[in-house]
Design a protein around this ligand. Structure first.
Ligand SMILES: Cc1cc2nc3c(=O)[nH]c(=O)nc-3n(C[C@H](O)[C@H](O)[C@H](O)COP(=O)(O)O)c2cc1C
Length: 201
């Protein structure tokens, strides 16, 4: 497949923070492998939290009209998603979580409106997740990884890889670790190779 379409979502409120720095490297790697990458910064968009009104019960379409529909359509049209969020209280940032929650409308569409059996779920697309946290505990990423895995599931995406870095707190901390930047770059490249290999199956 030529130039696979990839969406890269920046979920931190800090524009030049650690996840953004690592994400830029992953995006660079993906582009160097020939991917067509579109970057989306969540803090620039207007996305309401899910209001749990279940307007989506009618046809699986979220009733709140804002930037969610644009982001959803781009993600659904892509072969892969790179998502970056810092750890905020042991889960993803509020910006990221608001986007995730709005995808409940897609969950409703699949399982309630179209009554797709769970076994028929196909993870035919891939996700790369990037996160950082300030502390160093073993369980630092446990909470968010569950959220991210099930978010990718709704998108028919396999969590291909998670790049998780501890003890990064101040804005430029990631820059002090060239080995992390290198890993992010190489992962961006390998992500595209994995997507292309899948397409050749
Ligand atoms: C609201 C808030 C909550 C946070 N919660 C945690 C936490 O639970 N565990 C942790 O290790 N770091 C926590 N941090 C620190 C951030 O994960 C850390 O500063 C990270 O480098 C920010 O990434 P960014 O530069 O990409 O925004 C928190 C920071 C903020 C602002």
């Amino acid at each position: 497949m030529k130039h696979p379409k990839i969406i890269a979502i920046y979920g931190s409120p800090r524009r030049k923070g650690n996840t953004a720095t690592l994400m830029k490297k992953a995006v660079e790697g993906a582009r160097d492998s020939g991917a067509d990458v579109e970057e989306i910064v969540l803090r620039d968009l207007k996305i309401s939290p899910c209001l749990e009104i279940y307007g989506c019960l009618k046809a699986g379409e979220c009733a709140i009209k804002d930037d969610f529909q644009m982001v959803r359509d781009k993600i659904l049209d892509a072969r892969g998603l790179i998502l970056a969020s810092p750890v905020f209280f042991y889960t993803v940032s509020a910006h990221t979580k608001m986007l995730m929650d709005r995808f409940q409308s897609l969950w409703v569409k699949k399982y309630w409106v179209h009554e797709t059996p769970q076994q028929q779920q196909t993870n035919h697309r891939k996700g790369l997740f990037i996160s950082v946290g300030a502390t160093k505990g073993n369980k630092l990423f446990d909470g968010m990884l569950l959220s991210v895995k099930y978010f990718f599931d709704v998108l028919d995406m396999e969590l291909w890889k998670a790049l998780l870095y501890r003890q990064l707190d101040f804005q430029n901390d990631a820059l002090k670790h060239p080995e992390y930047l290198e890993e992010a770059y190489k992962s961006g490249k390998a992500f595209i190779t994995a997507i292309e290999n899948d397409s050749n199956d």
